[in-house]
Design a protein around this ligand. Sequence first.
Ligand SMILES: O=C(O)CCC(=O)C(=O)O
Ligand SMILES: [Fe+2]
Length: 451
Amino acid sequence: IDEEGECSLDDGGSCEAQKNGSRRRQPKCADKEEECGTWAKAGECTNNPNYMLVNCPISCDSCPEPLDLPEEILDLLDRVSNYGPYQRVEGVDSEKTIDVVRKTVAYMENEIYGEDASHELSEEILEDARGVALINQLETNRAAIGECEANKAYMKVKCAPSCQTCDMIDIDNRCPPLDESVRPGLLPGELNSMFERIVETAPGNQTGEVEIASGMTNYTVHVHSRPEPQIEKGQQPIISKAVDKEQPPWVITFENFLTEDECTHMIEQGRKAEYERSEDVGEVQADGSYDSVRSTGRTSENAWCSFRDGCRNDTIVELVHDRIAKVTGIGANHSEDFQILKYEPGQFYRQHHDYIEHQRDRRCGPRVLTFFLYLSDVEEGGATNFPKLGIAVKPKVGRALLWPSVLNSEPRNKDGRTDHEAQDVIAGVKYGANAWIHLHDYQAAQEEGCT
Ligand SMILES: O=C(O)CCC(=O)C(=O)O
Ligand SMILES: [Fe+2]
């Protein structure tokens, strides 16, 4: 402390503490395992921070700076360290954040680890509450600014301790089974009748004048593959798996499904949401979600057109979702957010199927249809090829491609014949968009973290 009574040296706060006359102590910061040092040397602090920063803070050099804080808060921070890494609480929301920390610690000590705790969460899930959903700075801050309510699906699982929702980490608690009385997007037999109706009613396929309904375009439909109608000696179409397997699946394209302006607008929306390297579905996590993994079979970039970036509720984007819903007869709530794709020369997506097995038994149900939109012309390459069907569709601005991932007789089950690939773009840039349509309400399932 200098002559004017001010602290002239930056000594990490010790002088300030002396000056204010407050007592100073460091939160108890200790390694909890003997192997901490060895693990830290092996790089585990960066490879496995969820575990290491909680259990080996000394070896990871993550002990907090000496703090000039009241005893009650220091004590609180020590108790937090039983469940997550040390945190700094600072900034404009620090009062609210400290409140969240108080509630969180009490919740963990009593309702989760207390002697009278009545939950039935497994060890694995509790581990997850400390790992994936550990109490960290970011999550308490988010909880403090009301994110537990505003961003429910994510927060209740990924920030469960701070939102006091650890029971929600268990997918069985979070996602009760779907009400059997809810009508699925397709009943057995409706896949064929849907495609037949789409072909028959395409405005561009009509002879004579047609009125284009509001929000719709004057598209024409081309059939690349279809099952021959199998009509019982009377009138009813035969709905059977045997017939499904004998007959080729539907693949149709739409010309002028989108206007050029709509295509440009969607590409721009993708830019706002930011194109990033595309990923595939990875491994199941303790909370029942699946992580995403980079794969060598898919080298494009994509952007999700979600509410988060104001994309899904963009006027044109909504118009396109509604157009697809009118054509398929399946509500836009059954559709995932558009995944807007960008392929530069040399980029591709190797042979795969869009059906995701684990979703068959989830609230959203499986993907039943892919409505694929071509948003740009491509100079050379970039066709969507169906190797098992001998069909290749070239990109063209405004064109759309529709195919099923499931069987007409069993809309929950995969039709393995609609494997496809995005061939290498050779010259130009290809933009496209996937709308994956599910058997059930995908948007509702997504909001609950149940996909
Ligand atoms: O880009 C294409 O033509 C198809 C893309 C595709 O199959 C996918 O994203 O699942
Ligand atoms: Fe695909």
